[in-house]
Design a protein around this ligand. Structure first.
Ligand SMILES: [Mn+2]
Length: 296
């Protein structure tokens, strides 16, 4: 685990249909993230927030593409810069479209990385398959080379993530088309059903193995809607019967134990829909667990 942490916020909610998730970075910081990182012994640097331009849609199949791409371009360059300084970037979303920028940066820097995508949803739609045109449903597809390619066009040559090294954990609301696309692409899907049957320890053991095989390490992209809405009410697209809080912490602790974490996204905290920052506090504590805070 690196000693330097760079916290990078991105106030972005244009990839989702419900507004307010742009305040996520503030809520997570308000829970005491920077002080708690320092208490854990890290050199933690707050790089502030990237702001997005106002909503602007030209193509209804990719709503708000331009302001999303522009903010993601800033994020991409910030994450690359942090990695060059040997820091571990922690990205505070913002809706999940921001992973297009952050994971592209990790892949560009390290060459070959694995991804563990923890989410109630697949986020594996393209502009063609998406029923809504909301871009927070497309980043994993774009990152793996299944479009929309414009979403990750930060450099001349795209660095696609090999789906052999991608594990989706906690999925339970995946569109019919998306299911086919995930299967055809060969993404390793560990749905909530697999978590029930195998237990989180076994699921994470397999997910970490998938994401580590032949890679420099793992970028974890954690969408707080992976957690059951009773425990994480502050999310834009809640889906019932999700991960328990303990399953979520166990996942984070096992990633920390693996020593493979290269970067972490904590996304989709929506303070407007939250209850007294419950979800913001949980997201903050999960970040600490991913970085090695243990209970004993
Ligand atoms: Mn997501």
């Amino acid at each position: 685990m690196r000693e330097n942490i760079h916290v990078i916020g991105i106030q972005m909610d244009l990839g989702a249909s419900k507004r307010g998730v742009n305040m996520g970075p503030l809520a997570i910081r308000y829970a005491g993230l920077m002080d708690k990182l320092k208490e854990l012994g890290f050199e933690a640097l707050d790089k502030g927030d990237i702001l997005s331009d106002v909503a602007h849609t030209e193509n209804p199949k990719m709503k708000n593409f331009k302001p999303i791409f522009d903010a993601n371009t800033s994020l991409y360059h910030q994450v690359v810069a942090s990695l060059k300084e040997n820091a571990l970037p922690v990205i505070l979303g913002g809706d999940h479209c921001v992973a297009a920028g952050s994971i592209s940066a990790t892949a560009q820097h390290y060459g070959k990385v694995g991804v563990i995508w923890m989410d109630a949803h697949g986020d594996f739609n393209s502009d063609i398959s998406s029923p809504s045109g909301n871009m927070h449903g497309m980043p994993l597809s774009a990152l793996c080379g299944y479009g929309p390619d414009e979403m990750i066009a930060f450099t001349q040559e795209r660095t696609h993530i090999d789906t052999n090294n991608v594990a989706l954990v906690g999925g339970r609301d995946i569109d019919e088309d998306e299911r086919k696309r995930l299967a055809e692409a060969g993404v390793h899907v560990f749905s909530i059903h697999d978590v029930d049957r195998l237990g989180m320890a076994e699921v994470m053991k397999r997910a970490i193995a998938v994401a580590s095989e032949g890679t420099a390490g793992i970028h974890v992209s954690f969408d707080v809607d992976a957690i059951t809405p009773q425990e994480a009410p502050g999310v834009g697209t809640p889906v019932h019967s999700g991960l328990t809080v303990r399953e979520s912490f166990l996942a984070a602790e096992l990633v920390a134990e693996s020593g493979k974490l290269l970067a972490l996204d904590m996304v989709e905290v929506n303070p407007i829909l939250d209850e007294r920052n419950k979800t913001g506090i949980l997201a903050c504590e999960l970040i600490l667990a991913f970085l090695g805070k243990s209970v004993y």
